[in-house]
Design a protein around this ligand. Structure first.
Ligand code: SF4
Length: 329
């Protein structure tokens, strides 16, 4: 591992100021992804700003009935919090599906959202990768792409966003709060990550030095009937081939409202708005769910080895929402 300097920040503005000392500086939360990437020589920060003492580690109810989650909350504490388990079970389930207990104990909410793709070539510095080294090419397009994206890809990158938590937060319309060199702002979770386009080196819309301080969940009654389904190659901890975060409100047999987000299919959590629009106002039957899922996936562009993700995602949407309708969970 290359040498680096280490500083501790005690508040968000101090963390932002410390980071501005170097364009190669990086924030350090739990370090469960960043430190791995440093060992692989993929990440090469010359200065780490430890922000665990700079951002809140508290979860609290907001006056409007929503929930405020400090960016320093551990994944374990988030999954165990009664407010989350009862009002947003999809969020707790996503976190529990995301990593081992040891990792959850260390990983933070903010860091979870910013973990980097697990594309094999991104993690192997002997290969071409536009995300790691812009302009070098994409080894995955003609290589091992079974795990990679089918929606929103570009000729420059077909990577997937790896965070399960981000998919669940996209489904419940969470907002990410940040502080940066230009002040503070709130970013809808669905707009935090970006599609690769011609700049796959940028995973998200955060500026250099912009720090996630919290995630706010809105009051959302239908989120109490929500679930996360993750399909992966092995039952123990692995990244999603496809995942679905869903919540639904059904009254008198009609879908009053529904939220669906997909993981493992794109460079960002994929909010299935087309499917949601098709489902609202009618019965939640298997046939309607199938047609809504197929409409959502109509523009999928699979690679040589991942066309299986299209029927997998369709079936996962149908089964997950039907489970919610039939059993409430
Ligand atoms: Fe790199 Fe993206 Fe291609 Fe993977 S898919 S090799 S991350 S450019």
């Amino acid at each position: 591992m290359r040498p680096f300097r280490y500083e501790r920040a005690t508040d968000p503005d101090g963390a932002v100021a410390l980071l501005s000392r170097s364009p190669q500086a990086a924030f350090l939360g739990g370090g469960t992804n960043l430190v791995d990437l440093m060992k692989l020589d993929v990440a090469r920060p010359d200065l780490l700003i430890d922000i665990r003492g700079a951002v809140s580690g508290v979860i609290e109810e907001l006056p409007d009935g929503g929930v405020h989650i400090g960016a320093g909350v551990s994944n374990s504490d988030l999954a165990a919090e009664p407010l989350i388990r009862e009002r947003y079970p999809v969020v707790a389930q996503a976190v529990l599906n995301g990593a081992s207990t040891q990792l959850r104990n260390v990983a933070t909410v903010g860091g979870n959202l910013l973990q980097r793709t697990r594309c094999l070539y991104f993690q192997d510095i002997t290969t071409a990768c536009n995300k790691r080294q812009p302009g070098s090419g994409c080894s995955a397009i003609d290589g091992h792409n079974r795990d990679l994206a089918i929606l929103g890809t570009s000729p420059d990158c077909i990577a997937t966003q790896p965070s399960d938590l981000a998919v669940a937060l996209a489904a419940v319309d969470a907002t990410v709060q940040t502080v940066g060199p230009d002040g503070s702002r709130g970013i809808p979770l669905t707009e935090l990550h970006r599609l690769p386009g011609s700049e796959p080196q940028h995973d998200n819309v955060l500026a250099h030095g912009e720090l996630i301080t919290a995630v706010d969940l809105p009051p959302l009654a239908l989120a109490a009937r929500s679930r996360y389904r993750k399909i992966r190659d092995r039952a123990s901890y692995a990244f999603a081939l496809v995942s679905v975060a869903a919540a639904i409100d059904v009254a008198d047999g009609q879908v009053r409202d529904v939220r669906i987000a997909l993981g493992g299919v794109a460079h960002k959590p994929w909010r299935a708005r087309r499917a949601e629009d098709l489902l609202r106002g009618g019965p939640a039957t298997e046939d309607r769910l199938r047609r809504a899922a197929e409409a959502e996936l109509a523009e999928a562009q699979p690679q040589s080895d991942n066309a299986f993700k299209i029927p997998l995602a369709r079936n996962a949407i149908v089964r997950t929402v039907l489970d919610l309708v039939e059993t409430g969970r």
